[in-house]
Ligand binder design. Sequence first.
Ligand SMILES: [Zn+2]
Length: 854
Amino acid sequence: MPDPQKAVRLADYQPYTHCVDSVDLTFRLVPEATRVTARLTLRPNPERTGRNALRLDGEGLKLLSCTVDGKPVKPEIDAESLTIPAKSLPAGAFTLETVVEIAPDANTALEGLYMSKGMYCTQCEAEGFRKITYYPDRPDVMSRFRVRIESDLPVLLSNGNPVGRGKGQAEWDDPWPKPAYLFALVAGDLKAHSSTFVTVSGRKVDLNIWVRPGDEDRCAYAMDSLIRSMKWEEEVYGREYDLDVFNIVAVDDFNMGAMENKGLNVFNSRYVLASPETATDDDFARIEAIIAHEYFHNWTGNRITCRDWFQLCLKEGLTVFRDHQFSGDMRSAAVRRIEDVVALRARQFREDAGPLAHPVRPESFVEINNFYTATVYEKGAEVIGMLKTLVGDAGYKRALDLYFDRHDGDAATIEDWLQVFEDATGRDLSQFKLWYSQAGTPQLKVADDWKDGVYTLTFTQANPPTPGQPKKDPKVIPINVGLLNPNGDEVVPTIMLEMTRAKQSFRFEGLAARPIPSILRGFSAPVVLDRKGLAEERAFLLAHDTDPFNRWEAGRALAKDVLAEMALKGAPPPPAFLDAMASVVFDESLDPAFRALCLRLPGEDDLAQTIHAMGRIPDPAKIHAARREMAGALAIRLGDGLQRLYKDLDDSAPFSPSAEQAGRRALKMSALGLLTRRDGGKLAASAFARARSMTEEIGALSALLDVREGQAELAAFAARWRRDANVMDKWYGLQIMNAEPSEAAAVTTRLTETPAFDWKNPNRFRSVIGALAANHAGFHHQSGAGYRTVADWLIKLDPLNPQTAARVSTAFETWPRYDAARRKLARAELDRILAAPGLSGDLREMVERMIAAR
Ligand SMILES: [Zn+2]
């Protein structure tokens, strides 16, 4: 049993002792005893001195034989590795061959080679390859892979190009050296949805999306997204695809969203399969973004990979940034930006403010799977956005071209990445690098002054302490600012103010009157902007700002102020706020998607975060009540205009997943939700009955559940979709997220007793247990039932699937923000998890970090 608390440190990095020039793998696939033969061509790494033993990673493998240059050797074997002492190795190059046996059908952790409904598939990132064969399982060891698969299954896939196919076997050759985490193998009875793409230099690429028979007709949108991604990558980044075939496989049992294995992306089926009947507009947008993300990894991740797992943000931050750019180009850039920031605050700011806060590039970890976080991904992307703002579009382009030129084929670091920007633009980025090493969300206070025709903005930045980092230096913060005059005209268009000190002032001269500032346009830095008590300024910006992000942001800030007042003091919803909402919602000149976003009230967890940041203790029950009261007041204030709006948006155009139609549907569903509060569900029931898309079906059902109606519709939904696991996940989630807080845990328990609750399937587990965690007032209910129910299930899942259990455990990361009674209840559950027999290293690390907070 490995010591679960053994931490790996960035500072301890050393190159591997050997180079692996080539790898030949043969798989004889049998569910309970698959035989894996690995032939590795090795030589001593010139970057290391002396004669070194060969240590290979390997876990849960049954070694059948081991030879060096054809002669049997007796290696030392423990639970994590195989070692051949230096004296048993030739001085120069040699060939090592191992034969091991593994049992894919007993693999419930879904790492390495496992089975999902009769098909074989793999997941190797981060450290899954060591569960397949003995190998230096680290990203800086890059090698050429050749794979032979022996099985009677009709479809046998691996990375690279197909080079041989016969009865019961297939061979694949990947010409591009890669780390083991990008290895993939799939075998099964699959059907392809196929197309082709011709690259800018004329290479014809066969594109296939492989699914279970019967699902072929639900791949068109994913295929269309793939082709658009390939074209965009050529046009915007000048990067072309580099193999003859690109395969995507949809798998039902998958811990993550998707995986960018070279030439063979493996996807959670939820992010591939879509038709208007089964996928919501959000699903379509997510599929487009994830298909693009994994494809973009071919350059940022695969051709240039990470030296070690501390550099994870090198590939993830950059690739998330690129998929955001892509989605912005495909859809409304302003709407995408708003949605990305909503997600950033909900997940990353929450993480940054709690016990799990860590830098974009962490410096130590126990279990790397626990660092696939919003901070590494989303904040990692924001850091790149800031870099682009600081060096400008042309500087960014020069730097990226240099990055691809200089590091193609490398396992690189954040230092390499920043060096490229320094060399391409002549900028010193030593202070900027703090964004990679310091955790926590900076708080930016702003004050302004108007004197003798000079307008001054003064910013003060505070970098709050986070675990292990009590004191911090000021960061470089790009602050995009525009100024409006009192008539609402823009007098200073967006300029970038570069803040480098703890406190800094910027002067504006030549203005006729005191301007109204629009600060942090486009959310130019991931900070909390602290500008209090200016309701009129916010209302003014909501009405006039030319920057669409800040226009939305002004409304958002107003809504948060108002809802916090309501939750803390029991104040009624102020008429001025309701009027401001009405003027945006009914403004026909605005994009419907934008109006829908404005109408969406801040979530309860977001409000708890806001109240906590004000130095107060959030009360989940009061927040819940305030939000409901506000929705009721809005429904009354918007009055009959809502009905007209709903009617106008209820058009009969044929369905398209386009952003334009999706925006109209979003606004229509928001209107329906409010109307349902007035008519008790009459309109929603008829909308459900004649829904023409999953967005409308789910929208109507949510509206009904929200007013405690909809039982007949729930039954009809289940009868219609019982064979479709991805759709049924929504059915489970909706009931729990819309449950009365006092009943949320009981509803969850009742649903876990339904026959279709396959808790070993990560999607189903998250759609039920994750939904309870997402019902803020239900999870944090004073009875403690929410905490207890989630803890029970984490304890149950952990022995089978530690990775998913550890991820879902982040439900508890906000526990220190609540009152003493709730803290005591949550802490008791965390202690109970920690005491569970056979607790995994994954879940132990997470719980110990969360407990260490207080
Ligand atoms: Zn990724």
